[in-house]
Design a protein around this ligand. Structure first.
Ligand SMILES: C[S@@+](CC[C@H](N)C(=O)[O-])C[C@H]1O[C@@H](n2cnc3c(N)ncnc32)[C@H](O)[C@@H]1O
Length: 185
Protein backbone atom coordinates (compact mmCIF):
# COMPACT_ATOMS: atom_id res chain seq x y z
CA UNK A 1 0.00 0.00 0.00
CA UNK A 2 1.31 3.48 -0.86
CA UNK A 3 1.65 5.86 2.10
CA UNK A 4 1.25 9.63 1.83
CA UNK A 5 3.16 11.55 4.52
CA UNK A 6 1.15 14.74 3.89
CA UNK A 7 -2.18 13.00 4.54
CA UNK A 8 -0.61 11.16 7.45
CA UNK A 9 0.58 14.40 9.05
CA UNK A 10 -2.90 15.97 8.83
CA UNK A 11 -3.93 13.95 11.87
CA UNK A 12 -0.60 14.12 13.62
CA UNK A 13 -1.91 15.33 16.98
CA UNK A 14 -4.42 12.48 17.24
CA UNK A 15 -1.71 10.02 16.21
CA UNK A 16 0.79 11.27 18.80
CA UNK A 17 -1.55 10.46 21.72
CA UNK A 18 -1.06 6.66 21.80
CA UNK A 19 2.69 7.18 21.28
CA UNK A 20 2.83 9.39 24.36
CA UNK A 21 0.95 6.72 26.36
CA UNK A 22 3.26 4.03 25.03
CA UNK A 23 6.56 5.67 25.95
CA UNK A 24 5.50 5.85 29.60
CA UNK A 25 5.80 2.03 29.66
CA UNK A 26 9.52 2.09 28.78
CA UNK A 27 11.96 1.43 31.59
CA UNK A 28 14.64 3.85 30.53
CA UNK A 29 18.21 2.54 30.78
CA UNK A 30 21.37 4.32 29.60
CA UNK A 31 22.88 3.53 26.17
CA UNK A 32 20.17 1.25 24.82
CA UNK A 33 20.20 -0.34 21.37
CA UNK A 34 16.73 0.36 19.99
CA UNK A 35 14.79 -0.52 16.85
CA UNK A 36 11.55 1.23 15.84
CA UNK A 37 9.54 -1.07 13.55
CA UNK A 38 7.46 0.86 10.97
CA UNK A 39 8.89 4.24 11.96
CA UNK A 40 6.99 6.20 9.27
CA UNK A 41 8.15 9.80 8.90
CA UNK A 42 10.62 9.32 11.77
CA UNK A 43 9.31 12.22 13.81
CA UNK A 44 8.25 9.93 16.67
CA UNK A 45 11.44 7.87 16.37
CA UNK A 46 13.37 11.06 17.07
CA UNK A 47 11.08 11.91 20.01
CA UNK A 48 11.70 8.40 21.34
CA UNK A 49 15.48 8.81 20.99
CA UNK A 50 15.36 12.19 22.73
CA UNK A 51 13.84 10.43 25.76
CA UNK A 52 16.59 7.78 25.89
CA UNK A 53 19.96 9.12 26.92
CA UNK A 54 22.84 7.65 24.91
CA UNK A 55 20.55 5.32 22.94
CA UNK A 56 21.41 4.17 19.42
CA UNK A 57 18.11 4.07 17.53
CA UNK A 58 17.38 2.48 14.16
CA UNK A 59 14.05 3.33 12.52
CA UNK A 60 12.92 1.02 9.73
CA UNK A 61 10.00 1.33 7.33
CA UNK A 62 9.07 -0.19 3.97
CA UNK A 63 7.72 3.07 2.50
CA UNK A 64 10.19 5.25 0.59
CA UNK A 65 7.67 8.11 0.72
CA UNK A 66 7.41 8.04 4.51
CA UNK A 67 11.19 7.66 4.93
CA UNK A 68 11.87 10.64 2.67
CA UNK A 69 10.81 12.98 5.47
CA UNK A 70 12.67 10.94 8.08
CA UNK A 71 16.07 12.28 6.95
CA UNK A 72 15.25 15.53 8.76
CA UNK A 73 14.97 13.64 12.06
CA UNK A 74 18.24 11.71 11.80
CA UNK A 75 21.12 12.69 14.07
CA UNK A 76 24.12 11.08 15.77
CA UNK A 77 21.72 8.91 17.79
CA UNK A 78 19.10 8.11 15.15
CA UNK A 79 19.36 6.52 11.73
CA UNK A 80 16.81 5.16 9.27
CA UNK A 81 16.78 2.28 6.81
CA UNK A 82 14.28 1.15 4.22
CA UNK A 83 13.44 -2.31 5.48
CA UNK A 84 10.19 -4.14 6.07
CA UNK A 85 9.30 -5.25 9.58
CA UNK A 86 9.75 -8.83 8.36
CA UNK A 87 13.29 -7.98 7.11
CA UNK A 88 14.02 -6.05 10.29
CA UNK A 89 13.32 -9.04 12.51
CA UNK A 90 15.68 -11.08 10.32
CA UNK A 91 18.63 -8.74 10.97
CA UNK A 92 21.61 -10.21 12.77
CA UNK A 93 21.20 -7.86 15.72
CA UNK A 94 19.91 -7.86 19.29
CA UNK A 95 18.05 -4.99 20.90
CA UNK A 96 17.55 -3.63 24.41
CA UNK A 97 14.26 -2.19 23.22
CA UNK A 98 12.03 -3.16 20.32
CA UNK A 99 9.53 -0.35 19.86
CA UNK A 100 6.64 0.05 17.46
CA UNK A 101 3.76 2.51 17.31
CA UNK A 102 0.79 1.86 15.02
CA UNK A 103 2.67 -0.24 12.48
CA UNK A 104 2.71 -3.98 13.23
CA UNK A 105 -0.99 -4.24 12.40
CA UNK A 106 0.14 -3.96 8.76
CA UNK A 107 2.27 -7.11 9.00
CA UNK A 108 0.82 -10.62 8.79
CA UNK A 109 1.15 -13.80 10.89
CA UNK A 110 1.50 -12.28 14.34
CA UNK A 111 1.95 -15.68 16.07
CA UNK A 112 5.18 -16.23 14.12
CA UNK A 113 6.19 -12.57 13.80
CA UNK A 114 6.04 -11.84 17.54
CA UNK A 115 8.05 -14.97 18.30
CA UNK A 116 10.75 -13.68 15.91
CA UNK A 117 10.59 -10.16 17.33
CA UNK A 118 11.02 -11.47 20.88
CA UNK A 119 13.97 -13.64 19.83
CA UNK A 120 15.77 -10.42 18.80
CA UNK A 121 15.57 -8.93 22.28
CA UNK A 122 18.61 -9.06 24.58
CA UNK A 123 18.16 -10.72 27.99
CA UNK A 124 16.43 -8.17 30.22
CA UNK A 125 15.35 -6.16 27.19
CA UNK A 126 11.93 -4.71 26.46
CA UNK A 127 9.19 -4.98 23.84
CA UNK A 128 6.95 -1.91 23.71
CA UNK A 129 4.27 -2.00 21.03
CA UNK A 130 0.98 -0.26 20.26
CA UNK A 131 -1.42 -1.52 17.60
CA UNK A 132 -4.98 -0.41 16.92
CA UNK A 133 -7.54 -3.24 16.98
CA UNK A 134 -10.32 -1.62 14.97
CA UNK A 135 -11.62 -4.56 12.96
CA UNK A 136 -14.51 -5.36 15.33
CA UNK A 137 -16.08 -1.89 15.22
CA UNK A 138 -19.17 -1.07 13.19
CA UNK A 139 -17.56 1.34 10.70
CA UNK A 140 -14.80 -1.11 9.81
CA UNK A 141 -17.32 -3.95 9.45
CA UNK A 142 -19.40 -1.71 7.14
CA UNK A 143 -16.35 -0.88 5.01
CA UNK A 144 -15.54 -4.57 4.71
CA UNK A 145 -19.09 -5.36 3.60
CA UNK A 146 -19.06 -2.47 1.10
CA UNK A 147 -15.88 -3.85 -0.42
CA UNK A 148 -17.85 -7.01 -1.28
CA UNK A 149 -20.55 -5.04 -3.16
CA UNK A 150 -20.57 -3.30 -6.56
CA UNK A 151 -18.96 -1.07 -7.66
CA UNK A 152 -16.26 -1.49 -4.99
CA UNK A 153 -15.73 -5.22 -5.44
CA UNK A 154 -14.88 -4.70 -9.13
CA UNK A 155 -12.93 -1.47 -8.59
CA UNK A 156 -10.81 -3.16 -5.92
CA UNK A 157 -10.45 -6.33 -8.01
CA UNK A 158 -11.70 -8.31 -5.02
CA UNK A 159 -8.98 -6.94 -2.73
CA UNK A 160 -9.73 -6.90 0.99
CA UNK A 161 -7.36 -6.05 3.84
CA UNK A 162 -8.28 -8.25 6.75
CA UNK A 163 -6.72 -7.33 10.07
CA UNK A 164 -4.06 -9.75 11.34
CA UNK A 165 -4.45 -8.35 14.87
CA UNK A 166 -5.11 -11.14 17.39
CA UNK A 167 -7.14 -11.07 20.57
CA UNK A 168 -5.51 -9.47 23.56
CA UNK A 169 -5.19 -12.80 25.42
CA UNK A 170 -3.27 -14.25 22.46
CA UNK A 171 -0.59 -11.55 22.83
CA UNK A 172 -0.43 -12.22 26.56
CA UNK A 173 0.07 -15.93 25.84
CA UNK A 174 2.71 -15.33 23.13
CA UNK A 175 4.66 -13.02 25.44
CA UNK A 176 4.43 -15.49 28.33
CA UNK A 177 5.35 -18.55 26.22
CA UNK A 178 8.38 -16.73 24.84
CA UNK A 179 9.88 -15.89 28.20
CA UNK A 180 8.22 -12.53 28.85
CA UNK A 181 7.96 -11.15 32.36
CA UNK A 182 6.37 -7.97 33.77
CA UNK A 183 3.80 -8.21 30.99
CA UNK A 184 1.31 -5.39 30.39
CA UNK A 185 -1.16 -6.06 27.57
C1 LIG B 1 0.35 4.37 10.87
S1 LIG B 1 2.03 4.54 10.30
C2 LIG B 1 2.93 4.68 11.85
C3 LIG B 1 4.25 5.39 11.66
C4 LIG B 1 5.00 5.72 12.96
N1 LIG B 1 5.32 4.54 13.72
C5 LIG B 1 4.18 6.69 13.80
O1 LIG B 1 3.74 6.31 14.88
O2 LIG B 1 4.02 7.84 13.36
C6 LIG B 1 2.39 2.90 9.77
C7 LIG B 1 3.73 2.76 9.10
O3 LIG B 1 3.99 1.38 8.95
C8 LIG B 1 4.68 1.20 7.73
N2 LIG B 1 4.52 -0.21 7.32
C9 LIG B 1 3.39 -0.86 6.98
N3 LIG B 1 3.65 -2.15 6.72
C10 LIG B 1 4.99 -2.31 6.93
C11 LIG B 1 5.88 -3.42 6.85
N4 LIG B 1 5.43 -4.65 6.53
N5 LIG B 1 7.18 -3.21 7.11
C12 LIG B 1 7.63 -1.96 7.45
N6 LIG B 1 6.85 -0.89 7.56
C13 LIG B 1 5.54 -1.06 7.30
C14 LIG B 1 4.06 2.18 6.78
O4 LIG B 1 4.91 2.45 5.69
C15 LIG B 1 3.84 3.38 7.71
O5 LIG B 1 4.92 4.26 7.66
Amino acid sequence: MAWNPETYNKFKDERFTPFLDLVTLIKVQPDMDVIDLGCGTGELTRKLADLLSGARVLGIDSSAEMLDGAKAFANAQVRFEKLSIEEGVGLDAKWDLVFSNAAIQWAENHEILFEKIISNIKPGGQLVVQMPAQHHNVTNQMLLRLSEEPPFHTELAGFQKLSPVLNIEDYARILFENGGSEITV
